[in-house]
Design a protein around this ligand. Structure first.
Ligand code: UT7
Length: 320
């Protein structure tokens, strides 16, 4: 079997923090953030949690797919920001949406999480182990950020996105994944003692730290390469792809990838301006928006690519 995405859903917290709001408590400004990242605003939890956002996105995806929660046999949540360490977020979501027949686990591959989970679902479906999967990317990065570090906190936001994947007898899919632990120090987070935006910072030294330029260079070099690798597997050329759905990390990274592939930016939908970088939630949120806007249509060839902490990166190509 090959998995086909048959429904999408997403959720973003109601509270919005725009660049002007940030400039009130750190030395930054709207122009710098827009020019260097493309971000204008981000959604930040206020009452929501990773679980509540995941549940909302999941219910919307199930409704969109016309699938009953009881029919889900595999439920994966990708997150670096679970509410608690145990039980895993996927089991909490299972309980709340009553997906009683699902096998549930979390997957942490940082911003590449959703891409890795999608490839994992496809691998399971190729062995006929599961038939109907729910994959959710859900992140409350505002709880991991050092809100005094202007080099990092301006980039990220909270949110969740979900897809329902159904196994079909025929279909088109190829995937590639990579990791490079020796470069892991470029993006780290040792604990989650931060209690969220506007609250007490307990141990600043252990919060999210990023060598922005190192991650930037890694992404611009490796994402075009992995896209070419997966296209070679599928015997396709970059111009044969209808849309490239990339992890929304920085507008200049997406532009750099488009340039290296010699593909027009029109084929790279973006929503970073509205959400910032939501790590593993960014791809499913973007898929949901593109589906709802009618951008994605049956039969189109889609490339998805993710990259981030680990370091890790990967791509897949499939029919919508
Ligand atoms: O999701 C995957 C993981 N993360 C990423 O993909 C992130 C990849 N990296 C990036 O997106 C970018 O590196 C950043 C947006 C994080 C930073 O942009 P940059 O162009 O690499 O800036 P920089 O760190 O080289 O800083 C350039 C200048 C510095 O000033 P000087 O030394 O040139 O005087 C910084 O101090 O900009 C200054 N700066 C700021 N100025 C205003 C850094 N952050 C800010 C800020 N506002 N928020």
């Amino acid at each position: 079997m090959i998995g086909k995405i048959c429904g999408t859903g997403s959720y973003a917290p109601k509270k919005i923090l725009d660049n002007h709001d940030l400039s009130k408590f750190i030395d930054t400004n709207d122009q710098w953030i827009r020019e260097r990242t493309g971000v204008a605003r981000r959604h930040i939890i206020e009452g929501e949690t990773t679980v509540t956002m995941a549940v909302e996105a999941a219910n919307r995806a199930l409704k969109d797919a016309g699938v009953n929660a009881k029919d889900i046999d595999l439920l994966i949540v990708t997150t670096v920001s679970s509410n608690v360490i145990l039980p895993c977020t996927a089991c909490e979501v299972q309980k709340q949406i009553k997906a009683d027949n699902a096998t549930c686990f979390d997957l942490n591959a940082a911003c590449t999480g959703f891409l890795f989970a999608y490839n994992t679902v496809q691998a399971y479906m190729q062995t006929n182990m599961y038939k109907t999967a729910l994959v959710i990317g859900a992140e409350t990065l505002s709880e991991l950020l050092d809100w005094t570090d202007r080099g990092t906190c301006i980039l990220f936001g909270d949110g969740a996105g979900a897809v329902v994947v159904k196994g079909e007898e025929e279909g088109f899919y190829y995937g590639i994944t990579h990791s490079q632990g020796e470069k892991g120090q470029a993006l780290t987070c040792e604990s989650r003692h931060q209690k969220g935006f506007g609250k007490t910072i307990l141990e600043r030294d252990t919060m999210m730290k990023m060598d922005g330029q190192a991650v930037f260079t890694f992404a611009v070099r490796n994402v075009p390469k992995v896209i070419k690798e997966v296209l070679d597997k599928g015997n396709l050329h970059p111009e044969e792809i209808d849309y490239y759905i990339l992890h929304q990390a920085n507008q200049r990274i997406v532009e750099g990838v488009a340039k290296r592939l010699h593909i027009d930016m029109e084929k790279f939908p973006m929503n970073l301006q509205e959400y910032g970088n939501t790590s593993s939630a960014s791809i499913p949120i973007l898929l949901d928006e593109c589906k709802k806007k009618g951008v994605l249509r049956e039969g189109q060839k889609i490339v998805m690519a993710g990259f981030g902490a680990g370091l890790s990166w990967g791509a897949s190509v499939f029919d919508w």
